[in-house]
Design a binder for this molecule. Structure first.
Ligand code: NAD
Ligand code: 6OD
Length: 486
């Protein structure tokens, strides 16, 4: 039986005003698993009005109560863990083993961490000297923004959505979320958890649809939406920025990347190979933080490439529920076409293909899914499209380097600046290189090791602003300075 994912507005599920739906496809099999209610502009307007009407009471709710409610939501996700897991896997095709340790627990953790951070939040006060000697006090107040529009991608659907919903709500905002059209399920289920936890109607609303001339664009353009927080492609961010400019809306952008992994000859090579295999292929390479460019110091280059290619070949695509499956599909047929286009372009540009490069041979129904082989290239010019453009698939290009300065320049080349991973046992070098890299996050001898209190975001075309810890609390509030002459 096909599921139906409906809109969630003012605390209740509903169909769109037009009753139109669009299909939700399981990318592991190509089978339609659900029909999704398509929001019309009237529905988006209703959702924003619901959020706007809920705001005055929500912002006045004691922060201790909002914190309690966030913790109840975390409990609610955990209580329905298997249901969230099934929904996320059906939408993304990713292995259960991955969603079980990453997507669902982290989504609950997002509510807990922002509850904890809000509980300890204070304000600043400056003592100001004045000519008359009496002085003044300058203190700051935080106020919520109002209705926040949250627009999310499909790669880590619930994780990335809750990363924004939790701080927005705890700081007293109400939200309208627009999950990716590819992954509508878990945002919808979250509505039930919100209601069961006692979050008042209208505080959390969900609209489904697409980007341009659809729910995404209507949400961004809506005059009663004070701020937009967006995770997705850089080009989409640029479009959103143009739409939001009409009302100079506050924006937070977590965008694309073309991240470098850098392996020095003094690294623990086995750990570096395992680390780079993980950073290149986790979630089918569909994590914005994945390393698609790998730079390896020349003395260990050949050995590293051979070992990394062996790791790539060890990955097992297949049924998400099978414990042996370690590689899920790409999200859609269209995305697979794009990734396979890069596989073809790399060959044309003269790449040496050490692993993968094609489509795996799978039995029915998985041969109808959108799997590609994990792929390792060498030999491409640095300026080629495959080395400069974000592919967002299980693929990396490995190139040799001879010294620190050279690799810093290589890593900093290009338009993106999201993150980097360094592998070295030389502590001074690790710090030196970390300082020189033009990225928002550097991991040393690790990757995607998250502490949710830390700033997260990208430089250059990889984003605007930082979220995480107090940076999220700052984004979701207006800070007002009050100057008291004594
Ligand atoms: P996308 O930009 O195509 O879509 C993201 C969301 O934006 C979807 O909900 C979509 O419907 C909506 N959208 C599209 N056009 C819009 C418009 N004109 N107005 C308003 N909304 C619009 O991205 P995607 O394909 O879903 O996700 C993959 C991309 O996301 C990759 O580029 C990846 O690097 C990036 N990403 C970045 C981070 C990060 O933290 N920096 C995290 C995850 C994903
Ligand atoms: O871990 C996070 O908080 C985060 N925003 C991860 C983003 C991953 C990108 O796909």
């Amino acid at each position: 039986m096909r599921q139906r994912w409906r809109l969630f507005i003012a605390g209740a599920y509903c169909d769109g005003a037009s009753s139109e739906t669009f299909p939700d496809v399981n990318p592991a099999t190509g089978v339609i698993t659900a029909d999704v209610a398509l929001a019309t502009q009237t529905d988006v307007d209703r959702a924003v009005v619901a959020a706007k009407n809920a705001w005055p009471a929500w912002r006045k709710t004691l922060v201790t109560e909002r914190i309690r409610l966030l913790r109840c939501v975390a409990d609610g996700i955990e209580a329905r863990f298997e249901e969230f897991l099934r929904a996320e896997v059906a939408d993304t095709g990713k292995p259960y083993g991955l969603a079980r340790v990453l997507d669902v627990p982290r989504s609950a953790a997002n509510f807990r961490i922002f509850a904890d951070l809000a509980a300890g939040l204070g304000t600043e006060c400056f003592e100001t000297q004045t000519e008359d000697g009496a002085g003044a006090l300058n203190y700051s107040l935080r106020r919520p923004l109002g209705v926040v529009g949250i627009i999310c991608p499909w790669n880590l659907p619930l994780l990335l959505l809750t990363w924004k919903v939790a701080p927005a709500l705890v700081m007293g905002n109400t939200v309208v979320v627009k999950p990716s059209e590819e992954t509508p399920a878990t945002a919808t289920l979250l509505g039930e958890v919100m209601a069961a936890a006692g979050v008042p109607p209208g505080v959390y609303n969900v609209v489904h649809g697409f980007g341009p001339a659809s729910a995404g664009e209507w949400l961004v353009a809506h005059p009663d939406v004070a701020a937009i927080t967006f995770t997705g492609e850089t080009r989409t961010g640029q479009t959103i920025m143009r739409t939001a400019a009409a009302r100079t809306k506050r924006l937070s952008f977590e965008l694309g990347g073309k991240n470098a992994a850098i392996v020095f000859a003094d690294a623990d090579i086995e750990r570096a190979v395992a680390g780079v295999a993980r950073s290149s292929f986790l979630n089918g390479g569909q994590v914005c933080l994945c390393s698609e460019r790998v730079y390896v110091e020349r003395p260990i280059f050949e050995r590293f490439v051979t070992a990394l290619a062996a790791e790539a070949r060890r990955l097992r695509p297949g049924p998400p529920e099978d414990d042996a499956t370690t590689l899920g599909p790409l999200i859609s047929a269209a995305h697979r076409e794009k990734v396979l286009g890069y596989y073809a372009a790399a060959r044309t540009a003269g790449a040496v293909v050490h692993a993968g490069g094609g489509v795996p041979d799978l039995p029915l129904p998985y041969c109808n899914g959108y799997f590609v082989e994990p792929t390792v290239w060498t030999g491409l010019p640095e300026e080629s499209a495959c080395v400069m453009e974000e592919i967002f698939g299980p693929v990396c290009h490995v190139a040799p380097f001879d010294d620190e300065e050279e690799v810093i320049a290589l890593a900093n080349a290009g338009d993106y600046g999201l993150c980097a991973a360094l592998w070295t046992n030389n502590l001074s070098r690790a710090h030196r290189v970390a300082q020189a890299l033009e990225v928002g996050v550097v991991w040393i001898n690790s990757w995607f090791l998250r502490d949710l209190r830390t700033p997260f975001g990208g430089m250059k075309l990889s984003g605007i602003g930082r979220e995480g810890g107090r940076y999220s609390l700052d984004f979701y509030t207006e800070v007002k300075n009050v100057c008291v002459k004594l």
